[in-house]
Design a protein around this ligand. Sequence first.
Ligand SMILES: Nc1ncnc2c1ncn2[C@@H]1O[C@H](COP(=O)(O)OP(=O)(O)OP(=O)(O)O)[C@@H](O)[C@H]1O
Ligand SMILES: [Mg+2]
Length: 268
Amino acid sequence: MSDQAASLRSTLGVDPANVLPAVAITGGKGGVGKTVIAVNLALMLVRLGVKPLLVDFDLGLANADVLLNIDANRTLADVVAGEATLEQTVVTTPSGLGFVPAASGRDELTRLGATALRRVLASVGRLAANYDLAIIDTAAGIGSEVMTTLAACRTSLIVTTPDPTALADAYALIKVLERDKPGCDLRVVINCANHQDEALATFAKLKKVVATYLSRDLVLAATIPRDRLVSDAVRARRPFVTANAPTDNPAMTALRALAMRMKGERWK
Ligand SMILES: Nc1ncnc2c1ncn2[C@@H]1O[C@H](COP(=O)(O)OP(=O)(O)OP(=O)(O)O)[C@@H](O)[C@H]1O
Ligand SMILES: [Mg+2]
């Protein structure tokens, strides 16, 4: 067990692999679609009758609230400052999604010590017990806050685009995660491919490198095509999964398939 995992165990008194009934949305590179996917996946799960808790864990540059068009009164920053409980930060969106906002521009959150971070993660775990699962949007990179968060979540969903730089960063993240938490539940989303062949070829490339150098298998969770519905919704400051959005649209169809698999397999 890595130092990080061992330390998580000693702080929380539990096996790190089973701390949070949570799916972390991560990916290494910035701008690959982690937040868009986290927000809309959570909303899609609500539409399928699942009760997820969406947690913005991009601690320095939070923006899930922007995509949800929510002005948060209280955020994780208030929890860390001891001015609010985690329960008090939960916003319920009109569609019934429970959401914990983080703060943007509060850089003290990115300098949380490991123990304080694990305490916040433990509170998220306790809160998540009231939900079917938690969806945790992480920051880009392989910094210690991201890796500590991934170590605490039962599943990591690695988002990458076909860009070589995004693939290289996804590989780097998988390498560090595999070192910290060997054999962990890790699945891949190929986002923003121009067509399905490109998405599948991208996944095959990543799978081959991971098999060759890390001797582990990779599971493809979903391919979400580049779609104007997604970028237009972001610009309009709203999710693309809405009650009146077209249901036969490519990104929507792909996301619904992922959400249905999560529901059917009871990911936690
Ligand atoms: N499937 C898609 N089709 C079209 N555009 C997309 C798609 N996915 C993401 N985008 C675009 O990519 C942009 C970045 O997405 P997002 O903010 O979710 O990335 P991120 O990985 O969370 O970035 P950061 O690392 O900065 O948090 C969005 O504003 C959106 O315009
Ligand atoms: Mg983001």
